[in-house]
Design a protein around this ligand. Structure first.
Ligand code: PRF
Ligand code: ZN
Length: 368
């Protein structure tokens, strides 16, 4: 049920257009996936996601395994039914979340022992167990259980994460037996070129239907991320989707697409929304700032989303200051729409052979 076709390659960059088919819909790439960690994209309903044009969302194995539990989601009929989201879902494997946890965790080749962030209870996850959980959740795309080395880290640490990620990827592949779910491999290697090469070689040898680039946007300078992307995309098969994990700043979407990335996800648009910040074509707008107290223009005067058509900066700032939860909904809606529309514009630009022009115009108007 899972297929991917590249429909066009850009002449002037590694950007490309593609089409991803799952049993929950067909999606054009490059695509941005909103994050719904706990089976909800915070502050917006699935109906709003449909309206803004979201095709596929990401959810998290780690959180759903701890609460409400994979068995419950399975009994509900899977994640799509449980949360009333009819389109695509990708589940991240939990590796990254566990490695970002503070406190006790013990990692070996067998798996990870860790304490729940909810009640401190002790748990063990292995590649095999994660595959069982992801199959119960029933997303269209599941991710392998991987080890994401932190930044900064030593060469030896990054090397060990690459070795373990390959070992686990093989175990994931061998225990994954769900025909209606695609399992993606994950490339690690931190900022070390030769480790990226080794990881890409070992993971692609396992022949997954798609490949993620993990271990980036973990605190390294942007130049390092772009340099690693430049070399990694060339090591991946051209006929499989490439997914850059946890990256979603507008400039990183543009840079990622230019380096051959097809899929992105990030909490940034939803997280900054809850802190009163909106994306606009001219850069980020901190709507909670006093300068917007009597500004009756839209969040982004160049946006045609439902929020920008109907609500002013002054009103939304008032909601933020009064700590009204509608502020979260309105800004989240706009921020997600902004990135989804930006990806649509990027796709159109690639289709019309003017991605280069899009790139130049983006930097001319987007201020940092
Ligand atoms: N691995 C997994 N999920 C992730 C990452 C990773 O390396 C990242 C890194 N930016 C975000 N989410 N499994
Ligand atoms: Zn808007």
């Amino acid at each position: 049920m899972f297929t991917f076709q590249v429909t066009k390659n850009d002449d002037a960059s590694a950007a490309r257009l593609g089409r991803l088919s799952t049993s929950h819909g067909v999606f054009d790439t490059p695509i941005f996936m909103p994050v719904g960690t706990q089976a909800t994209v915070k502050a917006v309903t699935p109906e709003m996601l449909t309206e803004m044009g979201a095709g596929i969302i990401l959810s998290n194995t780690y959180h759903l395994y701890l609460r409400p539990g994979a068995d419950l989601v399975e009994r509900a009929g899977g994640l799509h039914k449980f949360m009333n989201w009819p389109r695509g879902i990708l589940t991240d494997s939990g590796g990254f979340q566990i490695f970002s946890l503070q406190g006790l965790r013990k990692i070996s080749d067998e798996g990870v022992v860790f304490n729940s962030h909810i009640d401190g209870s002790r748990h063990f996850l292995s590649p095999q167990i994660v595959m069982e959980i992801e199959q119960k959740l029933g997303a269209d795309i599941a991710m392998c259980f991987d080890e994401c080395a932190p930044y900064p880290c030593s060469y030896e640490e990054a090397d060990q994460a690459v070795t373990r990620t390959s070992l686990w990827a093989k175990r994931c592949r061998d225990s994954h037996n769900c025909s209606d779910q695609a399992l993606f491999g994950i490339i690690q290697g931190n900022i070390f070129a030769d480790l990226r090469e080794k990881s890409a070689r070992e993971i692609t040898a396992l022949d997954f239907p798609g490949y993620a680039i993990g271990g980036l946007s973990v605190g390294e300078p942007k130049e390092d991320m772009y340099r690693i992307l430049d070399l990694t995309h060339q090591l991946l098969p051209t006929d499989k989707p490439r997914y850059l994990m946890g990256v979603g700043a507008p400039e990183d979407l543009v840079e990622g697409v230019a380096r051959g990335v097809d899929m992105f996800d990030c909490v940034l648009p939803t997280r900054i929304a809850r802190h009163g910040t909106a994306f606009t074509h001219r850069g980020k707008l901190v709507v909670r700032n006093a300068v917007y107290a009597a500004d009756f223009r839209a969040l982004d005067t160049d946006c045609d989303c439902r929020v920008c058509k109907n609500y002013s900066r002054a009103y939304i700032r008032h909601l933020v200051k009064a700590e009204e939860i509608l502020a979260h909904t309105l800004i989240t809606y706009h921020n997600l729409y902004f990135l989804i529309k930006m990806m649509q514009d990027i796709r159109q630009a690639i289709a019309e052979d003017r991605f280069n022009e899009f790139y130049t115009n983006f930097y001319a108007s987007y201020k940092f």
